[in-house]
Design a protein around this ligand. Structure first.
Ligand code: FA5
Length: 349
C-alpha cells in the first residue's frame, strides 16, 4: 500500500482510538502506540527510505501534520478526562450546606447537681467562698475538731464507714468547717463558706435515706452573729428553692458542734403535710441540721470564742432534690436509669 494511503488510514484509526480512550491510562497506551518511539508514525518514517525522492517531501509533510494532529487531540482528550474526573469527584463529595444538622443527643445534669449548682450560685452571690474537702477524711477533722472526742456518745449518731483508726469515709461535710476555721485570717474579714460534697453512712436505704448522699456545709463566723442571722439564711434557702408558699419549720435538736441546734423540715411534696409513706406519716421531710457554732469548735481552731461566734448548717442536697422535683424515692438518684435522668434535661438555650 502507498505510504500516503497508509498515513490516511492511520490518521482515521488514530483519532478514533484517542477519542475512545476511557481513562488516562488507556490514553497513554494509545499515545505510545501512535507517536511513541516505536509507534506507528515512527514505523512510517523508517519506511520513507523506500519512497521516491521527489515524493519524500510530500510524505514527510503529511507525517508531521498527522503527528501534530495526534498530539493536539491527545492533549485535548487528556484535558477532557481530567475535567471529567474532577466533576465526578465534586459530585461524589457534594455537601448540601442548607440541610439541617444532625441533632446530637446531649446528657443531662443530675438533679442533685441542679440543686447544688443553684445553691452554690446563690451563696457565691452572697459573698460566700466555696470549699471542697476530702471524701476520705480523718477522724481528727470529721469528729475531734468538731467537739466529738473519741469516746463521745454522739459519735453513734452517724454510722461511719471507718477505713482504719484514723481514716474514714466522711459521714458529714462538717470537717470542712474545721479545715477552713484553722486557716482563716479574720483581719481580712468575716468567714463565709459553703462546702458541698459526697458523704457516706451505714444507713439502711429507704425512700429518704441512702448510704451515699450529698451534703452542703455552710459556715459564717464573725463578731456579733446571731441566731436570727441563721434563721434568715435558712428561710432564704427554702424560699429560693421552693417559693414563698411552701411550709417550713425549725425544731430544736442536738449536734455536738452547735449550741443551740435546730433541724429544718419542709412540708412533704407528696401529701402536702397530711402524712404519707414518703414522710413516714409526719407530713414533713427533714432537710438540714444547723445551729450556732459551739465555742469549743472555735477554740479547737485557735479562734477566741469570746470575740467571734457564728452559725453553721449542713443540708441534704438529695432531700432538697426530692422535694423540689417530687421524686418519691431517693434511690432513683443513684440507680442511673437514663429514662429517669432524662426528665431533668433542661431545654437548650
Ligand atoms: C449532720 O450531718 C450535721 N453535720 C449537720 C450540721 C452541720 C448541723 C452544721 C449543725 C451544723 P444530719 O445527720 O442530721 O446532720 O444530716 C444533715 C442532713 O443530711 C439531713 O437533714 C438530711 O437532709 C441529710 N441526710 C442525713 N442522712 C441522710 C441519708 N442517709 N440519706 C440522705 N440524706 C441524708
Amino acid at each position: 500500500m502507498d505510504l500516503l494511503e497508509k498515513l490516511d488510514q492511520l490518521r482515521a484509526r488514530g483519532l478514533e482510538k484517542i477519542n475512545a480512550a476511557a481513562d488516562t491510562q488507556k490514553l497513554n497506551d494509545v499515545r505510545v502506540e501512535l507517536v511513541g518511539k516505536k509507534g506507528a508514525l515512527t514505523e512510517i518514517l523508517h519506511a520513507m527510505r523506500e519512497v521516491a525522492p521527489e515524493r519524500r517531501r510530500q510524505v514527510g509533510q503529511l507525517v508531521n501534520e498527522v503527528r501534530d494532529l495526534f498530539n493536539e487531540q491527545l492533549a485535548q482528550t487528556r484535558h477532557d478526562l481530567a475535567q471529567a474526573l474532577i466533576a465526578q469527584k465534586l459530585e461524589a463529595e457534594k455537601i448540601d450546606v442548607t440541610l439541617p444538622g444532625k441533632r446530637l443527643s446531649l446528657g443531662a445534669k443530675h438533679p442533685v447537681y441542679l440543686i447544688l449548682d443553684d445553691l452554690e450560685a446563690l451563696f457565691i452571690g452572697l459573698g460566700y467562698q466555696v470549699v471542697q474537702g476530702p471524701e476520705i477524711e480523718t477522724d481528727h477533722y470529721c469528729f475531734e475538731m468538731m467537739n466529738l472526742p473519741k469516746d463521745h456518745p454522739a459519735r453513734d449518731m452517724q454510722e461511719t464507714f471507718y477505713i482504719d483508726n484514723e481514716n474514714l469515709l466522711r459521714s458529714q461535710t462538717s470537717g470542712d468547717q474545721a479545715r477552713v476555721l484553722e486557716k482563716h485570717d479574720f483581719s481580712q474579714g468575716p468567714l463565709k463558706m459553703v462546702g458541698p460534697g459526697k458523704v457516706y453512712r451505714r444507713d439502711d436505704d429507704d425512700a429518704t435515706h441512702s448510704h451515699q448522699f450529698m451534703q452542703m456545709e455552710g459556715l459564717v463566723v464573725d463578731r456579733n452573729v446571731s441566731m436570727s442571722d441563721l434563721k434568715g439564711t435558712l428561710e432564704m434557702i427554702a424560699k429560693h428553692l421552693f417559693g414563698a408558699d411552701r411550709k417550713t419549720r425549725l425544731r430544736p435538736s442536738y449536734f455536738p458542734f452547735t449550741e443551740p441546734s435546730v433541724e429544718m423540715d419542709v412540708s412533704c411534696f407528696n401529701c402536702d403535710g397530711k402524712g404519707c409513706s414518703i414522710c413516714k406519716e409526719t407530713g414533713w421531710i427533714e432537710v438540714l441540721g444547723a445551729g450556732m457554732v459551739h465555742p469549743n469548735v472555735l477554740e479547737n481552731a485557735g479562734i477566741d470564742a469570746s470575740i467571734y461566734g457564728g452559725f453553721a448548717f449542713g443540708l441534704g442536697l438529695d432531700r432538697f432534690a426530692i422535694l423540689k422535683y417530687g421524686v418519691d424515692d431517693i434511690r432513683d438518684f443513684y440507680t442511673n436509669d437514663v429514662r429517669f435522668l432524662a426528665q431533668f434535661r433542661q431545654e437548650e438555650k
